[in-house]
Design a protein around this ligand. Structure first.
Ligand code: IMP
Ligand code: MG
Length: 336
């Protein structure tokens, strides 16, 4: 049996969705369950010509054989959930823990109307912060109180632990990134919950002793959306000159772009208990690597970058994403 957590090592949008999709197809988990804050997270997964953007259901939905779950720690917006379930057609294999807290219209209105949240912090306006306030105040509704969610309810924590006891593989998806963790990030410019691997395990009711691997995903050129410090940020012009321009999946805001931050990578790997590092966007380091699927295809420039990253992180880089499509990846997890 093997339980793997995948989390973001920088400020979110590292390409976790794509890494999840690849690892799922390779490791064939019986359950893919998400933790993290809620529908403030956007995941983009590209399979063949088709690009999917989801923010409520696990990005592992692209692997058709797994049961999909949302752990009890996650905030659920029932409307977003239902529309995504219908859009990707996973109604017969998706489950929501009855204890998930619900985002209501009033939370979204509060998030958008609150100057501190919407302007100073630059929240996504999806109601997550105010919904977590309601949860902590113990006035929030739970998934089990919502008739439209009835067909999907499950004890996700129990399902996962049972699957692990049967010797099956389970994949736990994190959302957001280390730098916007409420506990370890650039407070107050952070999201409304911890985003580290321990939190993702807790969100799903999986004890620390059950975790075998923590894959931390780092972007060769990290990005940040919203306000807050970004130590290695470059100017818009510099990033455009490098041919990098990105927009948020949820808010469509243009992402701020930076260069590799070795110090942050090391700290993030430490707190996350990283056992395997993944690097995305290596094709921005050297466009010649675009689409490569074998380690031997990497250029000296890319290899030099990876060597430096490994020194910084202190853990081997065993997954290297070379383009947006799910199969554009080098996976050397089997190598010593
Ligand atoms: P909130 O999570 O909507 O309250 O937003 C708080 C901060 O976290 C803002 O700077 C958002 O841009 C950022 N944020 C929240 N979720 C994500 C994510 O999934 N990726 C990147 N940034 C995020
Ligand atoms: Mg995202």
């Amino acid at each position: 049996m093997s339980c793997t957590i995948i989390v973001g090592g920088f400020f979110g949008d590292e390409g976790k969705g794509k890494i999840v999709a690849h690892v799922a197809h390779k490791d064939k988990p019986s359950i893919i369950s998400r933790g993290g804050v809620g529908p403030n997270a956007g995941h983009t997964v590209q399979v063949g010509e088709k690009e999917y953007g989801v923010r409520m259901i696990p990005s592992g939905f692209v692997f058709p054989e797994a049961k999909l779950c949302i752990g009890s720690g996650v905030l659920v917006n029932p409307e977003v959930f239902k529309s995504e379930v219908d859009m990707v057609g996973v109604g017969d294999r998706i489950f929501v823990d009855g204890r998930c807290s619900i985002i209501e219209e009033e939370h979204i209105l509060q998030d958008k109307a609150n100057e501190h949240l919407s302007k100073t912090i630059g929240s996504t306006g999806t109601g997550c912060g105010p919904a977590n306030v309601a949860r902590v105040n113990r006035v929030a509704k739970q998934a089990k109180d919502i008739p439209e969610l009835k067909p999907y309810l499950a004890d996700v924590a129990f399902e996962i632990n049972e699957a692990l006891a049967r010797g099956e593989n389970v994949l736990l998806e994190g959302t957001q990134g280390f730098g916007i963790s409420l506990y370890f990030g650039t407070y107050p410019f952070v999201t409304s919950k911890d985003t580290s691997a321990s939190q993702i395990a807790a969100d799903n009711g999986v004890g620390p002793t059950m975790i075998d691997d923590v894959i931390v995903v780092f972007k060769a050129y990290p990005t940040r959306v919203g306000e807050g410090p970004f130590g290695t940020e470059m100017t818009r012009d510099e990033s455009h000159e490098l041919g990098i321009q990105e927009f948020g999946t949820v808010t469509r805001r243009e992402r701020r772009i930076g260069v590799w931050d070795g110090k942050m990578a090391r700290y993030s790997a430490m707190i996350n208990g990283c056992t395997i590092a993944a690097i995305t966007g290596i094709d921005h380091v050297d466009p010649e690597c675009f689409g490569a699927t074998e380690y031997e295809q990497l250029t000296p420039k890319a290899l030099e970058f990876i060597k430096q990253a490994e020194e910084d992180i202190g853990v081997p880089v065993k997954l290297i994403s070379t383009g947006p499509e799910m199969t554009q990846i080098i996976d050397i997890r089997d190598r010593k």
